[in-house]
Design a protein around this ligand. Structure first.
Ligand SMILES: [Zn+2]
Length: 655
């Protein structure tokens, strides 16, 4: 199987009205430009979402303006392969507009009876989803035959198969299938589930057709879950255009820490040179794209720059030159990025599937700002590498998770929980009450609730009742627990009493309700701390988390101070005799409606400490120039100061 290093993907959805598709394509010139940019894998359209094929098909709809005798896809595959560049074929599966026009009976019918779909994603009438394909109609066999045609005809390295959205459909094919399976098609939930299972079933059948493992093909299905992709595909791909608010800058940090534990195959990090798909005229600043790609590389993800291919085949030199400069820069670090694995202390358990929920975004931000090294995990992932497991806000302990928690604690390791995490499925009591150090009493009656830290911890936050920003739970400390903070009640809750609207609800009295409880192996906060941080980004709430972490993880892998700002990101990876510290100093800024990174930010005199776990150190240097930096070692920590950096900095510690 091709092991992707530097990837480019070209979107090529082409309207029927384009009069000159491929007229100016010179495949050799295109492939030479990719070669000059150091690209080793190209993703290119065999079939677009408009339903047109760019390969020499006997079955599908050739775009009407492709000159007779031309095979755009085939020419590109040949020219690329001659230069050592592998090509994956992109086929849109869920969308195929031209086929839907020719065969209206292949279209989905929405639960409201619509054939046209301006309702999808609320985009309106100008959107690629106006007609969506029913994956249970005869379109299914037609699509499979197109994929087979590409597989048999071209020496491709794999397939990127798009738009397995799994929308619900009530066309006659789906209704008949649901009736056969005794499913209540009038029930919206059943329809949703059936839509998703239809998409997954098609992906499974395509996987059986392509047999990615035996045939050494890179195969990924966009739209199905990463776990299903790990099972029936052969690599994972995170599609994320951070300038599109649906993804934003909080999505990649989630997937980066989850995907790497789901597969032993490659993980790609696809960003774009533009702000969104279909945005032909934007070229994001070089630093913006580098931030996305360095972030991925520091997490073991291979870079993929998304671009648009002009229908005529004319090359966009400005975009290619920028990609070439970016890859030229990234390539200098390749000896250290290659095969490095991330090293972490903490496993954060997903409350359900990986998604950009307030809890998950809050957790990612707080832990990243504190420079903690962590993975996202679930019950299917081995917990044994983690010395600390975090159950954020809403992790209910079913039998499977309870067993893992029990095993983790029995191994003498630590656990941090917040909010309702740790409750039994009935929501009536903590499954490990003694370890949590508190008894569950129910929902906290105070809204808004405030908190105050107590004892030695009081000095860590301002001396005033501080906002919790969320609704929490009432608990009672068990004997032997250290209560490090208490809930402060307001004069009254915010409410409407029929005459007065109690908008102003200041803090009044300290209560005995714990806000933070520390025990030998566990730390617990009865408020959903991570969601609270998402709501108001309270630095004081982050200090509460820091105190719990210091208690449970007194010797984290990486230690920094204010010389590395909160918005900077730090990762540690390792291989053979090397430990690698990745520092990223970029700051996405909201300019009007758009989050943008324009430049790399400078830093100087950055102080770092790296836990050595007993490993010797011979030299420390900054890559790629290998400038040595002085170091000292004390109590199993290496101490260094990075004299100067800008944007991305790689520090290499060698035994
Ligand atoms: Zn259908």
């Amino acid at each position: 199987m091709h092991q992707p290093k530097f990837v480019m993907f070209f979107d090529h959805h082409t309207m029927k009205a384009c009069p000159d598709v491929g007229h100016h394509l010179q495949a050799d010139e295109f492939a030479s430009s990719l070669q000059a940019a150091g690209v080793d894998l190209l993703g290119f359209h065999a079939k677009c979402n408009q339903g047109f094929c760019y390969f020499d098909t006997q079955i599908g709809n050739r775009h009407p303006s492709i000159p007779p005798g031309r095979d755009l896809f085939g020419e590109i595959v040949t020219a690329c392969n001659q230069r050592g560049i592998a090509v994956t074929a992109y086929l849109n599966c869920g969308l195929s507009n031209e086929d839907a026009i020719r065969h209206p009976e292949w279209s989905m019918i929405s639960p409201k009876g619509q054939l046209l779909r301006p309702d999808i994603y609320g985009i309106g009438w100008i959107n690629p989803y106006m007609r969506t394909m029913c994956l249970n109609s005869p379109y299914r066999d037609y699509l499979m035959s197109l994929i087979k045609e590409v597989r048999d005809k071209y020496p491709v390295a794999g397939f990127l198969l798009d738009s397995f959205n799994g929308f619900p459909c009530i066309c006659p094919y789906c209704i008949q299938e649901m009736q056969k399976q005794n499913l209540d098609w009038r029930n919206e939930e059943v329809l949703q589930k059936f839509g998703r299972s239809s998409a997954l079933r098609l992906a499974e059948d395509i996987s059986a057709l392509l047999r990615p493992q035996e045939n050494h093909l890179l195969v990924n299905f966009l739209g199905i879950s990463p776990k299903d992709n790990a099972r029936i595909g052969s690599y994972l791909e995170c599609e994320c255009l951070p300038t599109n608010p649906a993804w934003g800058y909080d999505y990649l940090p989630l997937t980066a820490r989850y995907y790497r534990n789901l597969t032993s195959g490659p993980v790609l990090n696809m960003t774009g040179r533009f702000n969104d798909w279909g945005d032909f005229g934007s070229l994001r600043p070089q630093a913006a794209v580098e931030y996305d790609l360095f972030f991925g590389l520091a997490n073991g993800m291979r870079p993929n720059i998304g671009d648009h291919f002009h229908p005529s085949g004319k090359l966009n030199r400005a975009a290619l030159d920028r990609a070439s400069r970016i890859y030229g820069k990234l390539r200098q670090y390749e000896p250290w990025f290659s095969d490095a694995k991330n090293l972490v202390d903490i496993g954060v358990v997903l409350p359900d599937v990986l998604r950009k929920s307030p809890t998950m975004v809050g957790a990612t931000r707080m832990l990243s700002e504190l420079k903690m090294q962590f993975d996202f995990i679930d019950a299917d992932i081995d917990w044994s590498p983690y010395s600390l497991v975090i159950l954020p806000d809403e992790v209910i302990l079913d039998d499977r998770l309870a067993e893992l928690v029990k095993k983790h604690l029995a191994a003498g390791k630590s656990l941090l929980a917040t909010g309702r995490s740790g409750l039994n499925p009935e929501g009536s009591a903590f499954r490990f009450e003694r370890e949590w150090g508190v008894k569950y009493l129910g929902e906290c009656e105070h809204v808004p609730a405030f908190f105050r830290l107590t004892g030695e911890f009081a000095a860590r936050v301002p001396d005033m009742p501080l906002a919790t920003n969320t609704k929490g739970f009432s608990t009672e400390a068990l004997p032997g627990s250290t209560v490090a903070g208490k809930v402060v009640a307001p004069y009254f809750n915010k409410h409407w009493d029929g005459v007065y609207s109690y908008f102003y609800a200041p803090p009044n009295q300290d209560t005995e309700l714990p806000f933070m409880v520390l025990n030998s192996q566990c730390a617990y906060c009865p408020f959903p701390l991570f969601e609270a941080y998402y709501q108001q980004a309270s630095v004081d709430l982050r200090t509460v988390l820091a105190i719990m972490l210091e208690h449970l993880l007194p010797k984290p892998l990486l230690v920094t101070d204010a010389s590395l700002p909160s918005f900077a990101r730090a990762f540690v990876s390792g291989k053979a005799n090397q430990r690698i510290i990745h520092l990223l100093n970029y700051l996405p800024e909201l300019r009007g409606k758009t989050l943008i990174v324009e430049e790399e930010l400078p830093l100087s005199q950055v102080k770092l400490k790296l836990r050595l776990d007993g490993r010797p150190v011979n030299k420390v240097y900054i890559a790629p120039g290998k400038q040595p930096i002085p170091f000292s070692i004390s109590e199993d920590y290496l101490s260094i100061t990075v004299p100067e950096m800008r944007g991305y900095c790689m520090v290499v510690v060698e035994a």
